[in-house]
Ligand binder design. Structure first.
Ligand SMILES: [Zn+2]
Ligand SMILES: [Zn+2]
Length: 334
C-alpha cells in the first residue's frame, strides 16, 4: 500500500508498505478520505512532538475491510469515522474523567500509524459508524468538528450573546456554525482573506470583517463595547492578544488555535480583574465524536463546502512544505 511516512522535520516520503494484518481488537480500514490539519503542518516542520518513522494523518474515514481476532462490534463493509486519540485510562487526568488531558495520550497519525495511507489498522473502539446520509468526506471532518464541539461547550455561550471568532479557516467556520446552534445573537467572523469571509456568508454568518481594514471596537463599529465570547481560531500570539482586546466586561475568551510552544504574550492582570474575564483553552475531543456525527446526520452543520480542494497522496509532501493558506480545507482522497 502507498503511505506518507514522516521521518523527521521536512522529510515526508510516499513509500510502498506491506499491508498491515489486524491484531486482536483491531480492524483494517481502507482509508477513503483524510483531511490535512494545521497539526500536520506543525509535524512536518518539526513543531509538534511525534514518533518517527510514522504514517501521519489523523482526520480520516474509511471502510472496514478485515477484522482482527475478537472484534465483535464491527463488520466488513462498515463505513467508519476514526477518533485518533487514545487515552491510557490509568493516569491521574484519565482517572478523574479528563481523558483528553491524558498524560500518556497516543494518537493515530501522530504517534501511531494514521490515515495518510491506503489502509490503516485501527482499534475497534476508535471506530464510529457513519450514520446513513453522512458521506466519507464528512466522516473525515468528524474529528475537527468534535474538537470544535468541545471548544464551544467551554465557551459557554448564552442565548443572545455576541460572539466574535478570529480566523475563518475550517475550524473558525465550524465554530461559527456551532455558536449559532448554541443560540448566539450576533456572530462576527474576522479574517483578512476575502474567500474565507465569503464562505462564512454562504454558511449564514452575516457579519464578517477584514481586521486589516477596520477596528470593530471603534464607535459605531460591529463590536463597539466588545463581544461576550471571543474565540481565537488562528494560533498566533498576536491574535490571542487581540481576543483579549475584543472582550466585553464579563466575557469568556477561548483560545482554540494552537500557538507555538514557548511563545508568550503580555497580559495586564488588572484588566482581567476589572472586566472579570475568563480565559480558557480547549484541547481535542473528549466524548464529542458521537455528537459530531449526530450533527452531521441531522444536517445541522455544513462541513463539505469547507473542503476547497481534494488532492492525491503524492502531492502531500509538497503541500505541507508550502503551508498553503488560500484553501480552507484540503483533503487527501483515495
Ligand atoms: Zn487535527
Ligand atoms: Zn491517561
Amino acid at each position: 500500500m502507498q503511505a506518507a511516512i514522516f521521518y523527521g522535520p521536512g522529510d515526508l516520503r510516499i513509500e510502498e508498505r506491506p499491508l498491515p494484518r489486524p491484531i486482536p481488537g483491531y480492524v483494517l480500514v481502507r482509508v477513503t478520505a483524510c483531511g490535512i490539519c494545521g497539526t500536520d503542518y506543525h509535524i512536518y516542520h518539526g513543531e509538534f512532538p511525534t514518533r518517527p518513522p510514522v504514517i501521519i494523518g489523523h482526520e480520516y474515514a474509511g471502510q472496514v475491510v478485515q477484522l482482527g481476532p475478537g472484534v465483535s462490534r464491527l463488520a466488513v463493509g462498515d463505513m467508519v469515522a476514526i477518533d485518533p486519540n487514545i487515552p491510557c485510562h490509568t493516569c491521574r487526568p484519565c482517572r478523574r474523567g479528563a481523558i483528553h488531558l491524558c498524560e500518556n495520550l497516543r494518537a493515530l497519525g501522530v504517534d501511531l500509524d494514521g490515515g495518510f495511507a491506503e489502509f490503516c489498522l485501527v482499534p475497534q473502539e476508535q471506530c464510529y459508524l457513519l450514520p446513513e446520509g453522512v458521506s466519507a468526506l464528512e466522516g473525515a471532518m468528524t474529528e475537527p468538528l468534535a474538537c470544535c464541539i468541545h471548544g464551544i461547550e467551554l465557551a459557554n455561550i448564552r442565548p443572545g450573546d455576541t460572539v466574535a471568532i478570529i480566523g475563518g479557516g475550517a475550524i473558525g467556520q465550524m465554530l461559527a456554525q456551532l455558536a449559532r446552534l448554541r443560540g448566539a445573537g450576533r456572530i462576527l467572523l474576522s479574517d483578512p482573506i476575502p474567500e474565507r469571509r465569503e464562505m462564512a456568508h454562504q454558511l449564514g454568518i452575516e457579519l464578517t470583517i477584514d481586521p486589516q481594514e477596520i477596528d470593530p471596537l471603534q464607535k459605531g463599529g460591529p463590536l463597539e463595547g466588545g463581544a461576550d465570547i471571543v474565540i481565537e481560531a488562528v494560533g498566533l500570539p498576536s491574535t490571542t492578544q487581540q481576543a483579549i482586546a475584543w472582550a466585553a466586561p464579563g466575557a469568556t475568551i477561548l483560545w482554540f488555535g494552537v500557538t507555538p510552544p514557548g511563545e508568550t504574550i503580555p497580559i495586564e492582570p488588572n484588566l482581567v480583574f476589572r472586566k472579570e474575564l475568563t480565559i480558557r483553552g480547549a484541547r481535542i475531543n473528549p466524548h464529542t465524536h458521537a455528537r459530531a456525527l449526530e450533527l452531521l446526520a441531522a444536517k445541522r452543520i455544513q462541513v463539505e463546502p469547507l473542503i476547497t480542494r481534494k488532492v492525491s497522496l503524492e502531492t502531500l509532501p509538497q503541500l505541507l512544505q508550502a503551508r498553503s493558506s488560500s484553501d480552507i480545507k484540503i483533503v487527501v482522497t483515495f
